[in-house]
Design a protein around this ligand. Structure first.
Ligand SMILES: NC(=O)c1ccc[n+]([C@@H]2O[C@H](COP(=O)([O-])OP(=O)(O)OC[C@H]3O[C@@H](n4cnc5c(N)ncnc54)[C@H](OP(=O)(O)O)[C@@H]3O)[C@@H](O)[C@H]2O)c1
Length: 360
């Protein structure tokens, strides 16, 4: 590995599932890596949790072990703080890290609502630090290729519709009280947890504009609630300038896979995206209409290199942004996070989902 590539020393906040996935990808052995990632510091609600996490997930590193998040924010050797806590804690975690002058990569959904996101970005601007919502899907090389095929090469003619569903069966009544899926005050509900992926697929496949100049679609939404939380969302997304529509759904009531995970319809064909879930796409296939306009060709499959689970693309881009002195990601700029949060606020308003934080 070349020694003059940028290095990013990460401080990991919390030791749950997503932090373990993220760290697993950071420490992958990559001979052709364009960035060197170092797990510098781990912060958890207890020293024991931080220690167990380091032992299990980064056995070849020797990160600083901390029984609080504050010690990570205060560590002068940390270049970027990764926040992997439930959504309801993101605002506080971001504000605390920013107050300590740290750059931040914070898991999706960025915050509970747009007002919280605004507060975080205002603080980041004042402190002149980098902040980035970790919507890792947008960083996958597959996305740039798909958008090029749809809107530069027009391989399926005029795009007019897409559909995407995210399912994940959650047994809410039997979860512990501390679970992020259980209570609105912890940000429970499908939209912010998984519905944000179909929504992102809609933005990426229906709007050719770059994320800092994205068109705001209209949304028509319905949501279902059980056990006091939103368990199913259905949203119709429509772009005023083109009439393009997205039919997007998410549910915590089923584990039945939907394949393809996303389908994009054009006047001269369609694209099927295949993978485990909308957060984990593997490849896509372009099917072109035959001359009869009724049938389709056998399809051209576009495959992509798999590196771990795929977090490395956003991690590399974050490290490169910070090394270049940028304060925002061009792939997920602040303006785009605000737009996504505002649209999710609107969907929740129509669907009747409120969080206690909406009234603070
Ligand atoms: N990018 C993706 O594909 C993806 C996938 C899953 C989740 N996520 C996002 O990642 C975030 C965390 O998800 P997760 O499934 O990893 O969460 P999790 O395992 O339930 O919790 C992560 C950590 O947050 C802290 N925590 C959890 N519940 C808490 C509570 N009630 N009170 C105080 N602290 C609590 C704990 O930190 P300590 O370790 O410090 O005790 C816990 O280890 C969410 O924002 C979610 O949307 C992203």
């Amino acid at each position: 590995m070349s020694s003059n590539i940028p290095t990013c020393r990460w401080g990991i906040i919390s030791t749950g599932m997503i932090s373990s996935w993220f760290v697993a990808d950071l420490i992958l052995d990559r001979p052709d890596a364009k960035v060197k990632h170092i797990i510098q510091s781990i912060g958890a609600s207890s020293v024991q949790k931080a220690q167990a996490f380091a032992f299990r997930h980064c056995p070849k590193s020797s990160p600083t072990i901390n029984g609080s998040y504050e010690e990570v924010y205060a560590d002068p050797n940390v270049d970027c703080v990764y926040i992997g806590t439930p959504i309801s804690f993101h605002k506080k975690n971001c504000l605390d890290a920013i107050a300590a002058g740290k750059n931040v990569l914070c898991e999706k959904a960025f915050t509970i609502n747009a007002q919280e996101a605004k507060e975080v970005f205002e603080a980041a601007q004042k402190k002149s630090v980098y902040v980035h919502e970790a919507m890792w899907l947008r960083h996958r090389p597959m996305i740039a290729k798909l958008r090029q095929l749809l809107y530069e090469d027009n391989v399926i003619g005029d795009v007019f519709r897409m559909s995407c569903d995210f399912f994940d069966r959650i047994d809410i009544p039997n979860l512990p009280e501390t679970s992020r899926y259980k209570h609105p005050k912890l940000g429970a509900g499908t939209l912010l947890d998984i519905g944000i992926y179909p929504l992102t697929w809609a933005f990426l496949t229906l709007d050719p504009n770059p994320p800092d100049n994205a068109e705001r679609p209209n949304v028509l939404a319905a949501q279902v609630h059980q056990h006091g939380v939103e368990v199913t969302s259905s949203v119709l997304v429509q772009y005023p300038s083109s009439g393009r529509q997205g039919v997007i759904t998410s549910t915590h009531m089923s584990n039945k896979p939907s394949n393809p995970i996303c389908r994009v319809y054009g006047t001269k064909g369609y694209v099927d995206v295949t993978g485990e879930k909308p957060s984990h796409p593997h490849f896509f296939t372009v099917y072109k209409s035959k001359e009869d306009h009724q049938t389709f060709d056998q399809g051209q499959k576009y495959e992509f290199l798999h590196v771990g689970q795929g977090f490395i693309f956003e991690a590399d881009n974050t490290a490169l942004d910070i090394a270049a002195g940028r304060k925002e990601s061009a792939i997920m700029p602040w303006k785009e996070t605000m737009r996504v949060m505002e649209l999710m606020d609107e969907i929740r308003k129509q669907g009747g989902t409120e969080y206690p934080q909406d009234h603070e």
